[in-house]
Design a binder for this molecule. Structure first.
Ligand code: FES
Ligand code: FES
Length: 181
């Protein structure tokens, strides 16, 4: 999910363009989403971001709004198994998609291995970035592109931690990566 500055700017331009078109349109759209294995039908204005739909309409406030501009990764969720920035995604663009937020990653009786590893490695302080870090790490491990710690760091560099818990975050991810290999 690492986005370079050019890609972020392109995404922002795209969302601005859609929002401008949509605001002229000013029509409420029906959007069907499956979030954490539960089906929802929303009547939603076309310029509402997926992040705002999750937090304000579905009360799934685990996904955090940091910058709202694609810069921090706090809003990362999984869409059809791939990590995306929900602040740069219009909800209408994801009609019919399967979304997983931090509220949906644990099993019925136990935490997701990454949640457990984050606790074991003291990989958070304030916890604001943590839901995005964990969703991003799940997506990154599924991508299976990182072989080394340095590559994991690079592929997680779109998720910022202002508390400086980065070392513990990478330790936790590496532990789960090694368990999976
Ligand atoms: S809130 Fe989406 S990247 Fe910062
Ligand atoms: S734990 Fe505070 S921003 Fe990461």
């Amino acid at each position: 999910m690492v986005l370079n500055t050019c890609e972020i700017n392109n995404n922002q331009l795209l969302i601005n363009k859609y929002q401008t078109i949509a605001m002229k349109d000013n029509v409420i759209h029906k959007v069907m989403l499956t979030v954490n294995h539960k089906d929802y039908t929303l009547q939603i204005l076309p310029w509402v971001s997926l992040l705002d739909a999750l937090r304000d309409r579905l009360n799934l406030t685990g996904t955090k709004k940091g910058c709202d501009h694609g810069q921090c990764g706090a809003c990362t969720v999984l869409c059809d198994g791939k990590r995306i920035l929900s602040c740069l995604t219009l909800a209408v663009m994801k009609n019919g998609s399967q979304i997983t937020t931090i509220e949906g990653v644990a099993g019925p009786l136990e935490l997701h291995p990454l949640q457990k590893a984050f606790i074991d490695h003291d990989a958070f302080q304030c916890g604001y970035c943590t839901p995005g870090q964990i969703c991003s790490a799940i997506g990154m491990l599924q991508e299976n592109k990182a072989a080394t710690r340095e590559e994991v760091q690079e592929l997680m560099s779109g998720n910022l931690c202002r508390c400086g818990a980065n070392s513990g975050i990478i330790d936790a991810i590496m532990e789960v990566k090694e368990q999976q290999s």
